[in-house]
Design a protein around this ligand. Structure first.
Ligand SMILES: Nc1ncnc2c1ncn2[C@@H]1O[C@H](COP(=O)(O)OP(=O)(O)OP(=O)(O)O)[C@@H](O)[C@H]1O
Ligand SMILES: [Mg+2]
Length: 364
């Protein structure tokens, strides 16, 4: 197991900067997810770590040793792709054993190692089958075994679950995470699915347009997003935003615009003043809101635009207020009708504030 460090990694394809100055340290045994929208550079970053792409700039360290010039097969990595890329004419056993065959490892030793990883992933009974005789989830486990059988120093997973149906995805997610913890293997998981990243990763590195936005635990990303991108990408349904002005009315700190006036706590006011940001963008999550039939403190009126069932304890209510649009989670017994007017009061202690132009979260 290795510690992994990327230092100012850049990858350009002609004019396209696929990965732009990526620096991150991944501890021994840690599982870090690279999370971001399609095209943000996740796979490119992973393939540089694997040695398949050569970085345009920057360094890759495995345990303090630069591996930029080490060939992929000598890096000690296990790689699993979304498409399992199994050999269709070989049995599961031979597929798993394949990476060992070129290494002059005795046959008995190969067998022992294949059986060991197959036992770990609970496919021991399926080893004589060919890929076409296995379900998607089983094929994915064979691919995982093939990556693990080499005892890699680093495991690299690129969207390993996205070909599986919803139920299998959750099952396999649990199995891979458990296995990763048991083996204590340093792992990078590439995914565009925030739920998957949050469920599996010790820390999540959020990327956008080739650039790292924030590296943190799921909880931190959710509670303290570093900028607007992370705030709107993490959390489902996404955060609501509102442009406001800050001022003091007779010493009383308020945030206001043409629709609302919020009396805000002194602590929040200090934060705004410290950041010298008179026109912050205010964010509140769909679940951090009180709804009521009458006006009350720090609330603003909005019309019910749509009510969507989420099949559980909550419904998702979309509101319109002027040309603004908000999504709010309400209890499943929410009884208002379309076009009713309700009062929305964001919880003042859960507000997020961002710099409107720069997008950065205001610092505490
Ligand atoms: N071999 C290549 N040649 C040219 N451009 C490339 C190449 N590989 C990737 N790109 C570009 O680099 C950017 C990052 O691509 P990458 O495959 O790393 O994205 P990704 O985050 O893995 O996306 P996805 O979630 O869709 O897999 C994209 O704009 C893509 O078009
Ligand atoms: Mg990709």
């Amino acid at each position: 197991m290795s510690e992994l460090r990327l230092e100012n990694l850049v990858k350009k394809f002609g004019e396209v900067v696929a990965v732009d100055d990526l620096s991150i340290m991944i501890k021994k045994g840690e599982l870090v997810a690279l999370l971001g929208p399609s095209g943000c550079g996740k796979t490119t970053a992973l393939l540089m770590i694997a040695g398949i792409y050569k970085p345009t700039k920057g360094k890759i360290f495995f345990d303090d040793i630069v591996v930029n010039n080490v060939s992929p097969k000598d890096r000690g990595i296990g790689l699993v792709f979304q498409s399992y890329a199994l050999y269709p004419h070989m049995t599961a056993f031979d597929n798993i054993a394949f990476p060992l065959k070129f290494r002059k490892i005795p046959k008995e030793e190969i067998k022992k190692r294949v059986l060991e990883v197959a036992r770990f992933t609970r496919i021991g009974a399926l080893l004589e089958r060919k890929p076409a005789q296995l379900s998607g989830g089983e094929q994915q486990r064979v691919a995982l075994c093939r990556a693990l059988v080499k005892n890699p120093r680093v495991l690299l997973l690129d969207e390993p679950l996205s070909n599986l149906d919803a139920r299998l995805r959750i099952e396999t997610r649990v199995e891979i995470t458990r296995l990763q913890k048991e083996l204590g293997i340093t792992t990078i998981l590439v995914t565009h699915d925030q739920v998957e990243a949050m469920a599996m990763a010790d820390r999540i590195a959020v990327m956008d347009k080739g650039r790292l936005q924030q590296v943190a635990t799921a909880e931190e990303l959710y509670n303290k997003p570093a900028n607007l991108f992370v705030a709107s990408f993490i959390g489902s349904p996404p955060m609501n935003f509102l442009e406001v002005m800050y001022r003091r009315d007779n010493g009383r700190p308020v945030l206001r615009n043409e629709y609302v006036t919020f009396d805000i706590p002194q602590k929040l006011a200090q934060k705004i003043e410290m950041n010298n940001c008179q026109k912050p963008l205010l964010g509140f999550r769909p679940e951090d809101v009180t709804l009521s039939l009458q006006e009350h403190k720090n609330s603003f009126p909005a019309k019910v635009f749509l009510i969507e069932s989420l099949g559980g304890a909550n419904v998702l209510v979309s509101f319109k207020s002027g040309n603004l649009f908000f999504r709010i989670l309400a209890p499943a017994n929410f009884s208002a009708r379309l076009d009713d007017t309700l009062w929305i009061a964001p919880q003042m202690d859960k507000l997020h504030l961002f710099h409107q132009e720069r997008g950065e979260a205001l610092l505490d």
